[in-house]
Design a protein around this ligand. Structure first.
Ligand SMILES: Nc1nc2c(c(=O)[nH]1)N[C@H]1C(S)=C(S)[C@@H](COP(=O)(O)OP(=O)(O)OC[C@H]3O[C@@H](n4cnc5c(=O)[nH]c(N)nc54)[C@H](O)[C@@H]3O)O[C@H]1N2
Ligand SMILES: Nc1nc2c(c(=O)[nH]1)N[C@H]1C(S)=C(S)[C@@H](COP(=O)(O)OP(=O)(O)OC[C@H]3O[C@@H](n4cnc5c(=O)[nH]c(N)nc54)[C@H](O)[C@@H]3O)O[C@H]1N2
Ligand code: SF4
Ligand SMILES: [Mo]
Length: 702
């Protein structure tokens, strides 16, 4: 059905890749068969670089499996096409019924970090103003909520990188903890390459010698779940050897005593026994950081996706503060955001405890501001609701209807077997997506949504740079944008008055008003400015402001103006090993697949590279388990089982097995993972649990 994408008589459009947080600049040229993609060499972030996902992103637009009609589940149990009027009527009727019998909080909303800022904003407004529910959250809880919570506590502000990527090449030493950007955002490697060419050192802490670790001058192959111990060990050595930046600690921080007392017990020998990293290496890395004129510490999902994710991130921040790196030019602490709009996605109100611009839903002044912007009484704005996993876990008990927009939790949520059961116990599941994702397959109503190239909207990349995606082609006939979908459901519920927008720009203008004066202030950002200036960094309070590429130079936005050290004792992982589950399982990504795979498993060129998941296992461990390279492995955890092809490699620790999470069914990593949550961020422990590995019995290998 190539005609599914009628191309408009438009010329080449400068826009951005639909996938990760780098938001590489691309050119889209409409052609009779669809569109062609080429890199935008002038865009300052990717500078002409693209990864294989960006190059192939057009494949999802004219895809034969593209949803083009709403679907409603029939009495017979199948999903059948219906008109928009029928689908919207059905949603309104079912939502009203749930509300009548269980109250407004019984309708949940689950969003995602791939949604534009406009969608994120409108989804938050839709939940509070159209549905009146407290229960809205999003997949970013599973992504970097730990880093966000840590940055807020320690630095007073959460912006993934508080400096632009152009600072990286000037850092003398970079410690990258638990990130594999050579596969997860390849064009960023040009910055690390330039850093090394300038004589800088890159140190990677990862249980696997990844493609990124191969680039690094030094690789710390730590045991999964031990980052806080490593960071505490580094701080211990910095203090012991007189490498703390005392003027910085005195003038710009508080709470150093809390950190000092904690790390006293983390002498290198003990840290070696916890982390598996050589005592000498710990001392050398501490010295390298402490002596570097410009040091950076970057974290990614490795340390963050743990039940002690906030502690891990705070422990790394302690080190960055102790050496005086934070707020210093071309130095600092940052977390690499992941999803296309992982940054903006958490700023504009799809988190259970937040209103747009990082306003807090429990703060009276913030509520008053939003009541004025939304033109609703302040008392009508709900209070804080449940966080992502808690929301999913309440399905069928407290929450009876759910709208999912921009996530595929059947594949991506921890302990996915349990999540699947919960979804099945709902009265009503509504999913808006481009494809019949695994979650859409469980839905009662599926709504066909427009994709990135078919609509306009802003995204905020990993640097805090707000960029603009321009519509290049029309959506297939029958498909609506998410903004249109939300407005239409609101109208069907009798709340249309609050959702009248001419176009995306009008939603953005309301977002600017909503965030004016808030922490993540977008008031001065306009579509025109973004295009003229290659993006604008928030906070940007006025149209005269040039935006803020670098934060924390003079003060920290904490009550005292100082950054805060924390006590960060290392804890055991939540799901401990024993004789039955003797190994550690960790999970992550591969280059040619994206997230739950809805888009990339439908892209033939990517399937050609990575059609199937695998389990990385050390040859010594494989021998113990009696498995050979290429065997089908049965992985069992306390939650479930899954099958993966064995990939024997000496790049992984002997006690650790790695699997990617992009697949479903028997190949689902998340049937194995542990939903133990971080007490502060509510982040699940996706990065570590106990596992048993054996060769799959014959009958399960079909
Ligand atoms: N190709 C591709 N690119 C993507 C994505 C994708 O799905 N596919 N997703 C995007 C998104 S949303 C995100 S969040 C980013 C994620 O980007 P990354 O954080 O780079 O990706 P991950 O593979 O999840 O995890 C990084 C590394 O953490 C290591 N690790 C595991 N356990 C630990 C531990 O306990 N401590 C430490 N220090 N390291 C550990 C893993 O071995 C892995 O190499 O990627 C983005 N880019
Ligand atoms: N085991 C394990 N699990 C993990 C992780 C891990 O490292 N290990 N990482 C976690 C992380 S970091 C993340 S970010 C999550 C991501 O996991 P998910 O939340 O599942 O994210 P996606 O797979 O991107 O899901 C997006 C879905 O929404 C659709 N979609 C994309 N854009 C839009 C849009 O604009 N509108 C609409 N209506 N639909 C859209 C896509 O087609 C897809 O079906 O997974 C988490 N799960
Ligand atoms: S690095 Fe990220 S933004 Fe760039 S092309 Fe690849 S997926 Fe797209
Ligand atoms: Mo993510």
């Amino acid at each position: 059905m190539p005609s599914a994408v009628p191309s408009l008589p438009m010329s080449t459009v400068a826009t951005h890749c639909p996938y990760c947080a780098l938001q590489c600049g691309i050119f889209l040229t409409p052609t009779p068969g669809g569109v062609t993609i080429s890199p935008n060499a002038l865009f300052p972030v990717n500078k002409g670089g693209l990864c294989v996902k960006g190059w192939t992103a057009a494949a999802t637009l004219a895809h034969p499996e593209r949803l083009t009609e709403p679907l409603v589940r029939t009495r017979g149990g199948a999903l059948a096409p219906v008109s928009w009027a029928v689908a919207l009527g059905e949603i309104a009727e079912r939502f009203r019924a749930v509300r009548a019998s269980h109250g407004p909080d019984a309708i949940g909303v689950f969003g995602g970090g791939s949604l534009t800022n406009e969608k994120t904003y409108l989804l938050g407004k839709f939940a509070r103003v159209a549905l009146g529910t407290a229960n809205i959250d999003y997949n970013g809880r599973f992504c970097m909520s730990s880093a966000a919570a840590a940055a807020n506590r320690a630095l007073g502000l959460d912006r993934g990188l508080p400096f632009p990527l152009e600072d990286l090449p000037h850092a003398s030493v970079i410690l990258l903890a638990g990130g594999n950007p050579a596969e997860t955002m390849p064009p960023i490697m040009q910055y690390f390459e330039a850093q090394q060419q300038n004589g800088g050192q890159l140190i990677v802490a990862d249980p696997r010698r990844t493609a990124t670790a191969l680039w690094a001058g030094r690789h710390l192959r730590l045991k999964p779940g031990t980052d806080a111990a490593l960071a505490n060990g580094l701080l211990h050595v910095l203090i012991r050897d007189g490498l703390v930046d005392e003027p910085f600690v005195r003038d710009r921080t508080e709470g150093f005593e809390d950190a000092r007392r904690t790390v006293m017990a983390y002498w290198p020998e003990r840290v070696e026994s916890i982390t598996g990293i050589d005592e000498a290496a710990i001392v050398e890395v501490a010295h390298a950081l402490g002596r570097a004129p410009r040091a950076m510490i970057l974290t990614a999902r490795g340390p963050e996706q743990q039940a002690q994710g906030v502690t891990n991130a705070l422990a790394y921040i302690n080190v960055a503060l102790a050496i005086g790196a934070v707020g210093k030019h071309r130095s600092g602490f940052g977390s690499l955001t992941g999803q296309g709009n992982g940054q903006g996605g958490r700023e504009h109100g799809q988190k259970a405890d937040q209103l747009p611009g990082y306003r807090l839903i429990e703060n009276a002044a913030d509520r008053r501001h939003m009541s004025a912007v939304w033109e609703v009484p302040e008392s009508d704005i709900p209070h804080a609701g449940k966080s992502a996993f808690e929301l999913l876990d309440a399905l069928g008990s407290e929450v009876h209807a759910l709208l999912v927009m921009g996530s595929n939790p059947v594949v991506s949520a921890p302990d996915a077997g349990r999540v699947q059961q919960r979804l099945a116990s709902l009265d009503t599941l509504v999913v808006a997506d481009f494809f019949r994702s695994e979650t859409a397959e469980h839905a009662d109503i599926v709504l066909p949504a427009a994709q990135w190239a078919e609509e306009t909207g802003t995204m905020t990349n990993l640097e805090g740079r707000v960029i603009l995606r321009r519509r290049a082609i029309a959506p297939p006939i029958g498909v609506r944008t998410d903004l249109e979908i939300l407005s239409a459901i609101a109208a069907a519920l009798g709340r249309g008055r609050w959702f009248q927008y001419r176009d995306e720009g009008e939603v953005f203008d309301e977002l600017r008003r909503a965030t004016g004066g808030a922490t993540a202030d977008y008031a001065g950002i306009t579509y025109a400015r973004i295009e003229e200036e290659d993006g604008v960094f928030w906070p940007c309070p006025t149209v005269e402001s040039s935006g803020t590429p670098r934060l924390f130079a003079d003060r920290f936005p904490t009550p005292s103006g100082r950054a805060r050290f924390h006590a960060t004792p290392h804890a055991e992982i939540a799901d401990l090993r024993d004789r039955r589950f003797p190994l550690l399982l960790t999970t992550g990504r591969v280059l040619a697949q994206y997230q739950s795979g809805t888009q990339t498993r439908r892209t033939p060129d990517l399937q050609a590279v990575s059609a199937e998941p695998f389990a990385e296992i050390h040859p010594v461990t494989a021998t113990h388990a009696g498995v050979a390279d290429g065997d089908t492995l049965l992985l069992t955890t306390r939650r479930g089982t899954a099958l993966f092809k064995a990939r024997l490699t000496r790049t992984i620790r002997e006690d650790t097995v790695f699997v990617p999470f992009h697949w479903n069914g028997e190949q689902s990593a998340n049937r194995l993972t542990n939903a133990a949550l971080d007490p502060i961020s509510r982040m699940p422990e996706l990065k570590v649990c106990a596992v048993r590995v054996e060769r799959a019995p014959r009958e399960s290998v079909s």
